[in-house]
Design a protein around this ligand. Sequence first.
Ligand SMILES: Cc1cc2nc3c(=O)[nH]c(=O)nc-3n(C[C@H](O)[C@H](O)[C@H](O)COP(=O)(O)OP(=O)(O)OC[C@H]3O[C@@H](n4cnc5c(N)ncnc54)[C@H](O)[C@@H]3O)c2cc1C
Length: 379
Amino acid sequence: MGRKQNAIRRTVREFAEHRLAPVAHELDQQARFPWELMEPMKTMNLFGLQAAPQWGGAGLDTVSYVIVIEELSRVCAGVALAVTVHNSVSLFPIEAFGDAEQKGRLLPGMCSGDRIGAFCLTEPNAGSDISSVEASAVPEDGHYRLNANKVWVTNGAIADVAVVLARTDPGDRKRGFGLLVVERGMQGFSVGPLEDLCGMRANPVAALIMNDCPVPRKNLLGRSGDGIRMALQTLDVGRVGIAAQALGIAQGSLDASVEYAAQRRQFKSPILQFQSVQNMLADTATELDAARLLVYRAAWLRDSGAAFSDASAKAKLYASELATRAASRGVQIHGGYGYSKSYPIERYWRDARITEIYEGTSEMQRLVIARGLAREGGG
Ligand SMILES: Cc1cc2nc3c(=O)[nH]c(=O)nc-3n(C[C@H](O)[C@H](O)[C@H](O)COP(=O)(O)OP(=O)(O)OC[C@H]3O[C@@H](n4cnc5c(N)ncnc54)[C@H](O)[C@@H]3O)c2cc1C
């Protein structure tokens, strides 16, 4: 790591340990977003991490971005989720595919954190298969009439800006999709009830409903017909963030487990002295190093301008499955206390599980990786 990246890690770790850690348990239990931490988070530029400085962003490289998400997730993954989704799948597609007017209008408010972003693909009948999205955006005079029922939207209840995949060309069933920017306050836009989640409870995940919502044509990103391609490119970027999140949860689980094993005594000795416990910790530490290399490699490839879709799928697949293993071993090391709310390890366990599901399930990551192999093999 370079000196600048080490400094970023120190700054974010200090914020996470001093400001997030004291409230993380309560945020989880109350399913509450920490509005009181918005000002320090804004000051740290957490809402414009990779955006260009001309819009108010910090212009960070992807490796630095990964470090930020990893450090936040090590302490409170629900808040880290808000930051990663805002940056990588809401702000990113606007900066990557938007025109100058759209960027000038939308990005400054998003970079400052005054306007929170969301990304809406999933619907009741469209999960892994985004080509079955039913949301319809019918072109009319000067606007699209949007009808959509988007479910499981991260940041849903607090989002001011939502990037929405919808059918913009009813005549083209296969490719007629576009990405539209929908803004809170538009007629026909409403937020459904909060999801009562197993983990990531600090994040206000909710459905977003658009009922005959007139979205101005100037809010279409790129071209109609390119929606799926832009959504998939966005997910490649997003997956690096989710992989970083999983890495942070795994690291937090290991740290908590070592600390507990050092102080818990049985048979007149700290349980850290028992080889079975040592094996669990050693396995997690080794797999964590492997995951970190995969995640940083995906980030570095993106920074170098190389293809990184395959690397991002591998990083997300491995890091997310490790997060679940690391947290589960952590629960085992904590014994009965691991199964109670007295220690944070059970929260890590609940938070870890979703990283194997959202922004593409592990099964979909394996599909992406295997397709790459088939291409390389000429299949
Ligand atoms: C907390 C949370 C936050 C979320 N945030 C967002 C968000 O911000 N924006 C958004 O758009 N979505 C979001 N989602 C939705 C999430 O991305 C989807 O749940 C996920 O993509 C899986 O879709 P699904 O739930 O419909 O499962 P399905 O697609 O129905 O899959 C069910 C099972 O079948 C498997 N499966 C499906 N197809 C195949 C196949 N071809 N080959 C092998 N196995 C297959 C899957 O891997 C899975 O095991 C969120 C979900 C949660 C729980």
